[in-house]
Design a protein around this ligand. Sequence first.
Ligand code: GLA
Length: 721
Amino acid sequence: MRQLSLVPILIVFALFPAIAQPARPVITIKTEHVGLTLAVGADGRLYQAGFGPAESSLRIPGGSPAREVEAYPPYGNGQITEPSLKVVHADGNTSTDLFYVSHRAVESGGGRVETRIDLRDGHYPLQVTLCFRAYSSEDVIEQWVAIEHQEEKPIVLERFGSSSPVFQASGYWLTQLEGNYMREAHLVEERLTPGIKVLDSKLGIRAHQMRNPSFILAIDEPAREESGAVFGASLAWSGSFQFAFDVDWNNRLRAVCGINPLGSSYRLDPRTVFRTPSMLWTFSPQGKGGMTRNFHRWARKYGIRDGSAPRPILLNNWEATHFDFDETKIVSLFDGARDLGVELFLLDDGWFGNKHPRNNDRAGLGDWQVNEKKLPHGLSHLAAEAQKRGVNFGIWIEPEMVNPASELYEKHPDWVITQAHREPLYGRNQMILDLTRPEVQAHVRKVIDDTFGPNPGIRYTKWDCNRYVTQPGSSYLPPERQEHLLVDYQLALYDAMKYMADRYPGVMAMVCAGGSGRVDYGALRYFHGFWPSDNTDPVQRVFIQWGFSHFFPAPAISAHVTDMGRRPAKFAVDVALSGAFGIDRDVSKMSAEERKTVIAGARLYKERLRPLVLGGDLYRLQSPYDRPQAALSYVSPDRTRAVVFIYRLGEEAFPAIKPRGLDAAKKYRVREINLPEGARSRLSINDQVLDGATLMENGFSAPLRRAVESAVIELTEEEAQ
Ligand code: GLA
């Protein structure tokens, strides 16, 4: 049960003396436990009255409206904190002043309510519609903004936030997921001080290489795992983003969140709608854990493709072969894949290009014809060979890219993103195709059709993207619309992804961008999961998966057993078992012992753990940021089963691990599973039956003796006899 009464009253502003007058609407966007309240002030502008626990956000005491809490402050209307919108009107006027016109709320099924609030400029024919979708039982509020005008000529949008709520508290602690290639999603928390703190990406595409577009905002105290008031937010946008946290002179915080406006001013034609991407918000009085579980419930239902469907056990060949393979080698990898427990083989980079064969990363991107030397019988043959051995087949693509050493580039050198009069800059020897150009859009659709159309045996794809934008110029866009490039690119990219998902619904898909450079709920609508990192050393993966788990559920987080870091096979398996399990190893190079360990892990996943891990509620029990040991668990929604994963990273001994989320009254049998053959568990309560209350109160010591050891503990309800 959520105990809202214990939660400090959060964000309630003393603003609205005249709220009682019916002519001044109060608009509440409300889920079961979270509310965002907006109200029209005496001046006709729209203000935010509350955001946080549903009940308290409805309280609007008397007082004078403060301009700093305008709901969507435009630049130039007298409001002086960070603006959400900046418009240059057709006549050059740089100011905008928005007033409430009307609002309406419509139920859209499944406990979802969509609310639209129309605002209009006091002088110019400019409409701004604030749009909200409240997901009642998931406690998520989605916000986006639609902008339209009827001025005589185009207007220029220089800023266009998706959402800009205001908070009032004694202090704010911001946590971001920062990193870089090979060390993604590391949590960094800091206290916000007066002034502006900006978290952003300017990379255009593969935009999240150094920072995920999500954050945690803890109120009044640093974020705790299972208590304390915490907001979580994530922008559904795969491009450059900007979150500006502006703490003002009254210690109010405004968070302006949306597309990064830098280099992206947008000329909007009359009667054309500009829709910002969605910002997703949740709030929990139960700390980061509650916030996470809200996001996960929402994501499985609405945020990721087929979020509740089981994920197949993948065998990927990238780390096993890199570019160095041929048909015989690949078919040999199929051999034994099924014995390992694998359900799908994913052929990675290197299968295409003839004039410029893709034998390394210097050539071939763009030429999506099967390399006849390496794979003389084509993709359908490979898929059939895989199927003969009882596994499905999938394939890697990177359709937005081109190597200068390719037939595509020889034919269409003008299709790439680059700036005139500048020496072209390459990233991994490749250039980005300009997706704003209709011919490029058609090319990408053709790559999709030519790959999946004639090869219905392909059941999976990994869509990669291995560089970011450094020279944002388009030879297609006219001079005055050059800055549309990054926004229009993303929109065209989503069209292409949607095309693939709609046209080939039987092809499951993983989004990758040199690791997790494209992990967000804009892309995940079209993908079943993402590749968190090329760093598959399981010790590093404990941290990387931990970071992503705050916003993304296990079915989205691909976790493969590899040889990186040369860690004990059991440790690698146990880390991978806590996500969408897979393997990236050459079966023939594994020792008999390793094979046994991987086979046992895959069997366990299939037979016992998969639905629990993919569909359970996540409880993070011990953070690797606090001590060199991590523990996390998944609890089935009916609380009859749970699994606890423990990873010891250092030598010290640690306090008891206390499970959470169990039913206090239920009795659970506790068993360590995935033990090496013949090994006895060191778990003191192994095979005992204990009630949930005792387990949660007393916990148990990790049955681990040294660093880089792991344990998997299963709790199963024992029915009363
Ligand atoms: C990126 C991906 C890897 C692999 C290579 C192939 O680096 O993150 O997993 O697919 O590309 O070139």
